[in-house]
Design a protein around this ligand. Sequence first.
Ligand SMILES: Cc1cc2nc3c(=O)[nH]c(=O)nc-3n(C[C@H](O)[C@H](O)[C@H](O)COP(=O)(O)OP(=O)(O)OC[C@H]3O[C@@H](n4cnc5c(N)ncnc54)[C@H](O)[C@@H]3O)c2cc1C
Length: 415
Amino acid sequence: MDLGVAVVGGGAAGLLAAAAAAARLRDSGRAESVAVLEAAREPGRKILVSGGGHCNVLPAREARARFVSSSPRRLVDRFLDRFPLAAQRALFEALLGGPLREETASAKLFPPSNRARDVRDALVADARRAGAEVRASMPVREISPREGGGFDLRFEGASLSASRVVLATGGRSVLAGGADAAGFDWAAAFGHTVRPLVPALVPLTGSSPAHAALSGISLVAVVTARSGDEFATVRDGFLFTHRGWSGPAVLDVSHVAARALAGGRPFAVTVAFGGSAEEWDAALRSGAGTVGGALRRSLPDRLAALVLAEAGVAPETPFHRLSREARREVVRVVTALPLPVTGTEGYRTAEVTAGGVALEEVDPGSGASRLVPGLFFAGEILDATGPIGGFNFQWAWATGRTAGEGVARALLAAC
Ligand SMILES: Cc1cc2nc3c(=O)[nH]c(=O)nc-3n(C[C@H](O)[C@H](O)[C@H](O)COP(=O)(O)OP(=O)(O)OC[C@H]3O[C@@H](n4cnc5c(N)ncnc54)[C@H](O)[C@@H]3O)c2cc1C
């Protein structure tokens, strides 16, 4: 065999998997080689662009319930339990030479230098220090099992063999040159169930001129998406764009709309501004004033006008002229303004791909395929998606490290 372990994909999960595998093999005095095969010109491209170039490397606190997966929920926990958040934080503080910087309001953690490049460089250096090779511009085009064990990996005009393979090819979003996220197709060809793939953490689109006219308005709001039993609601930043709606609150519920759109199922996305229905009701009664004036005290003028147009109430209506029904309608609209969503911005801007390899078919203790001996999975290729806030890296680090240790243990046990 050319390689002991081929880690296909040098992103967040692959780099950690390679470091863990190489360290474990080295510490056991074994000579099997570990190599990361990365399609793009440099490894960890997505780490470089993450968090707006600052890399929100982890969350400060757990939020397990906010992970989304079509696989049994308890499995998400079992994968994350293998490399707890506190231990991940300790690893990055050691790799980056200091405490992670916490953005208190959002509970996001960033590298001490605030530079994504330092995170990427530290991971590459760590993998190399452990003895792994990191090869860039190596797009794998085909993987097939070898008779008698192991795998053949084909590139354009070249091939390699490896005794074990870790698939860490990530998702379909924001692919760097040479990358194709073909891991999903290989997993399916190997007999794995790949749960439907949709763009997630993605802006929503629609063609309402009334909403587009508000482009640029941004405020904190509660966005709720519903489709059948699927439901997500998030209070965070909300932004009107030329093409629709964005901001963390929209991104965090976007998977519900994306899944419904892909399956041709009905769905609704609404947004609530300001306080509760009771608070708005009180604001529309107290003292003298107009409905428009009351709304404009809490909302930008153009948004107040949109709400009133939607409710069918003239802005200059004084409180004493506002019927009970009209007041109720204003409160209903301001606390559940329907967003006429017709699509998403797709993989071009999605931060992650929801869906992927069914968690039931992968051992959470080692990342090993339960179907194909010698095959391991790590990262976004698996069917789990975290919310905004460092949770997708938490998943990548947890599953990457687990697969790296798992693949090394498998090699050690083999002879
Ligand atoms: C703009 C943006 C910002 C983000 N910001 C954050 C953030 O701040 N915090 C957070 O937690 N998450 C963030 N994410 C999500 C996070 O980047 C991913 O969840 C994470 O990178 C997934 O890790 P991975 O290793 O599974 O996949 P990736 O990091 O995508 O790595 C997969 C690698 O496989 C390579 N590859 C693909 N196909 C092949 C092939 N055929 N042959 C060889 N190599 C191949 C790719 O080039 C890539 O390098 C962001 C995502 C985007 C797009």
